[in-house]
Design a protein around this ligand. Structure first.
Ligand SMILES: Cc1cc2nc3c(=O)[nH]c(=O)nc-3n(C[C@H](O)[C@H](O)[C@H](O)COP(=O)(O)OP(=O)(O)OC[C@H]3O[C@@H](n4cnc5c(N)ncnc54)[C@H](O)[C@@H]3O)c2cc1C
Length: 202
């Protein structure tokens, strides 16, 4: 993959089949606990009785675990629980318009936003196929890994912007938590990365 190759040629190392299971502070230094995913098969994700395979002591840790970011932050011993926001989840599904020979739409159509989402909009892919979505289905917990928005506000509450938390918020140097990186998080990812580098690595 081109992007991966470019990153590796700039001295990035990707580690697969491993997960960050928590962390602790030594003085003011954040230490990150890592385990092979194979060792986690029996782990329920919450109990504390789990020894890491590896402890890393990095200069900067960016908790960008998406849906799992708040749960992972709770496993950083020494991070004040008050700074970890409540998590809400809303699934978004897309629907394809089938059984029509001619599309009834020539343009993308964006309705006004709805509670929890931008509104079910109409998109046309490069083949002219019509898709509707994403809709909004509030769910109580992560029951699947895909299509779920990591939200920081619940049904009927005003929307909350991305939360990018550094030492100025939680007091731990070298730790950045990313919470609520829902749409347009993908579009914003390079800008978020630039912001983190400028703000926390400068
Ligand atoms: C229905 C829907 C439609 C969307 N549409 C758009 C759109 O049109 N435009 C747009 O810009 N964005 C869109 N988004 C949002 C976009 O997908 C997210 O903002 C983006 O994926 C967030 O990236 P992330 O890296 O923060 O989190 P994720 O993409 O969720 O990545 C988190 C990664 O961390 C890994 N991880 C989790 N826990 C651990 C752990 N303990 N240890 C190691 N790794 C871990 C996960 O496996 C995952 O690979 C949409 C999202 C949804 C749900």
């Amino acid at each position: 993959m081109l992007v991966q190759g470019e990153a590796e040629s700039h001295r990035t190392t990707f580690t697969y089949n491993s997960a960050v299971i928590g962390g602790h502070l030594e003085g003011n230094q954040i230490c990150v606990h890592v385990s092979e995913t194979n060792s986690l098969k029996e782990w329920n994700g919450t109990s504390t009785a789990l020894n890491p395979d590896l402890v890393l002591v990095p200069n900067l840790v960016v908790n960008s675990a998406g849906l799992s970011a708040p749960a992972l932050a709770k496993r950083f011993t020494g991070l004040a629980s008050e700074v970890i926001p409540s998590a809400y989840y809303a699934r978004g599904c897309y629907f394809t318009l089938s059984n029509t020979k001619t599309t009834p739409f020539q343009h993308l159509i964006y309705p006004i936003p709805e509670d929890g989402g931008l509104g079910v909009h109409v998109t046309l892919d490069l083949n002219g196929q019509v898709k509707f979505g994403p809709d909004v289905e509030w769910i109580d917990s992560i029951d699947d890994i895909s299509r779920i928005r990591p939200k920081l506000s619940g049904p009927g509450q005003p929307p909350v912007d991305f939360v990018i938390q550094g030492e100025n918020i939680h007091g731990i140097p070298g730790l950045v938590n990313l919470f609520g990186i829902e749409s347009p998080g993908l579009t914003s990812s390079l800008a978020i990365a630039e912001y983190i580098v400028t703000r926390f690595l400068g």
